[in-house]
Design a protein around this ligand. Sequence first.
Ligand code: B4P
Length: 198
Amino acid sequence: MLNLVLFGPPGAGKGTQSQNLIATYGLIHLSTGDILRNEISNGTALGIEAKKLMDEGLLVPDAVVIGMISNKLDANKDAKGFIFDGFPRTVAQAEALDNLLASKNESISAMIALEVDKIELEKRLLLRGKDSGRVDDQNSEIIKKRIEEYISKTEVVASFYASQNKFFSVNGIGSIDAIFNEINKVVSNLSPTEIGEK
Ligand code: B4P
């Protein structure tokens, strides 16, 4: 299986580039943000709890998102591979993902990190907030909180994958196609072992 973690701060373009990766490699897209927003629009108990945290720019508890990902892996047993978008966001989530994949004789092939500075992130998110209806995109203070959460809890996840020699960094500023080209180079250079060909 080709299992990619797409990593980066809020607004780095993870969701955007996931669409290109799905089209090229036929992977299953697992975005914890999308799954949570789906729970919110369905008015589930999980969605109601998650909404309070997401609207404030805070992370949802690890156990909740780990359970969601575990269900999705079980529901897609025949997949060619997965794109993990916005997950893992903490070291506990990264460890849980390694364990879940190991229990299926699988592993992460690579983490691809999109590097974008704070000024550009805030600009992109405020722009999206104008028509997305996302409460967490409409206010500079909440966007700053999300970036702080990323710096304090998520950034360290990069070192987790770097210690396994699976970390690759890509400049996330430029045209969507040019950035995808760089991502594609990383994926094309993965060895057969990294993409699970035994
Ligand atoms: P997410 O849904 O993961 O959202 P994100 O970080 O805002 O988005 P992303 O980086 O995918 O940006 P996108 O491509 O859309 O998380 C939302 C919330 O859910 C979190 O704050 C948290 O509360 C909760 N959550 C999710 N996962 C969790 C987890 N694992 N644990 C705990 N809590 C979790 O791009 C943004 C904008 O930039 C778009 O408008 C796009 O058009 C634009 N853009 C993209 N690429 C561009 C480019 N190259 N140039 C210019 N603009 C570009």
